[in-house]
Ligand binder design. Structure first.
Ligand SMILES: CC(C)(COP(=O)(O)OP(=O)(O)OC[C@H]1O[C@@H](n2cnc3c(N)ncnc32)[C@H](O)[C@@H]1OP(=O)(O)O)[C@@H](O)C(=O)NCCC(=O)NCCSC(=O)CCC(=O)O
Length: 337
């Protein structure tokens, strides 16, 4: 088994009142910074206008349409989670915000038909509301999701890890630019050139700036860790935090599970799919502004891999955490499968 690098993280605890205040203002500021998405300030994100624009069919019953379909011709897990969370959010009234969600992907999503989202109002308490959402196609569940919403409750507890020190997005190349740079190498093997087309799908409604050069050709084993700046293409605006949480759910599944296979250059996934996905939302944020997605994998075995993610605001505030186990059926890299 490949040796995995351990990231060094520093915990900040608040033992003193003074420290408390500093930390709270530094890390738990509920007002997200508002730097406009300069590349596309006037164009609304399709994540809002299309993916999260659910059609209400009946009480607690919604229908979602598809936007980007991955080359696997199965629905993108992040799309289903974001729509399930969107449907759950529609049924929660008052000032409650989602704080966590837990999902199982039980069947592949069929891109040729829409998905129905049936929400069950599991419980409404004084501080928490819980919703169970069943995503359905062809009369069968494809995803089971539980989401919990919490009223704002101030607390003396406030700590978080420290954001990794990385170059700001302004200093980095986009995924498109990196691919162009890589493809300009005249010595590049034809199959590597073909593989690049899979990396770059202009339909993906996200802008990505990897902190480290991605392993496009996958000949070198590297530690199972990724750092990438990500934001929604187009404008979302300060608007409703619930929308940003749904978009974060979409973002959180992108490029996530692949992190677990980075140490295995001699093998490639013959079949991979997310099995479950969990998220925790900590602080307010804007997904149309650059956020750092820090991903690592703590374990792989038995044809499965476990990945963990942290989504950081550019000012160092931890916005959300995620975790996923996925199915990874591997074959030798040279295999034609
Ligand atoms: C995980 C599975 C596949 C469960 O698989 P099962 O094996 O129980 O189901 P199945 O219907 O019996 O088999 C499915 C296929 O696997 C094969 N199969 C079954 N068991 C096998 C085994 N032990 N070894 C090799 N192949 C096996 C079957 O022959 C079949 O292939 P054939 O089909 O050839 O007959 C299912 O629950 C599922 O599809 N869930 C949804 C996963 C998903 O869509 N996640 C979100 C998208 S993934 C994502 O978004 C990640 C994005 C990203 O990372 O970029």
């Amino acid at each position: 088994m490949a040796e995995m690098g351990r990231q060094s993280v520093v915990l900040k605890y608040n033992n003193e009142d003074v420290e408390n205040e500093t930390l709270r203002s530094q890390y738990c500021n509920d007002t997200a910074p508002s730097v406009p998405n300069s590349s596309t300030p006037d164009v609304r994100s399709v994540l809002v206008t299309s993916v999260l624009n659910l059609e209400k069919l009946d009480t607690d019953l919604y229908r979602g349409k598809h936007y980007w379909i991955p080359s696997t011709q199965r629905l993108f897990g992040g799309e289903i989670i974001s729509q399930a969370l969107g449907a759950a959010s529609e049924t929660v009234t008052g000032q409650l915000s989602v704080h966590s969600l837990h999902c199982y992907f039980v069947r592949p999503g069929d891109p040729s038909v829409p998905v129905l989202y049936q929400v069950e109002r599991t419980r409404d308490g004084r501080s928490f509301s819980v919703r169970s959402v069943k995503a359905i196609q062809h009369d069968k569940p494809i995803l089971m999701c539980q989401a919990s919403f919490h009223a704002h409750q101030p607390s003396p507890l406030a700590h978080q890890y420290t954001m990794p020190t990385v170059p700001p997005p302004e200093d980095l190349l986009t995924m498109e630019e990196l691919v162009q740079q890589y493809a300009s190498d005249h010595n590049l093997a034809e199959r590597d050139r073909r593989a690049l087309n899979k990396v770059l799908d202009p339909e993906v409604p996200l802008e990505i700036k990897p902190v480290n050069m991605p392993a496009f050709s996958r000949r070198i084993a590297i530690e199972p860790r990724k750092l990438l700046w990500v934001r929604a293409k187009g404008h979302i605006g300060e608007g409703d935090m619930r929308q940003h949480c749904c978009v974060a759910a979409y973002v959180s599944d992108y490029s996530f599970l692949g992190t677990a296979v980075l140490p295995y250059a001699d093998f490639k996934p013959q079949f991979s799919a997310s099995l479950d996905h969990a998220m925790w939302f900590h602080n307010s944020f804007r997904t149309d502004e650059w956020m750092l997605y820090e991903i690592d994998s703590s374990w792989a075995g038995h044809s499965r891999g476990l990945v963990h993610g942290r989504l950081w605001r550019q000012d160092g505030v931890l916005a959300a955490s995620s975790a996923q186990e996925g199915l990874l059926r591997m074959v030798p890299s040279e295999s034609k499968l």
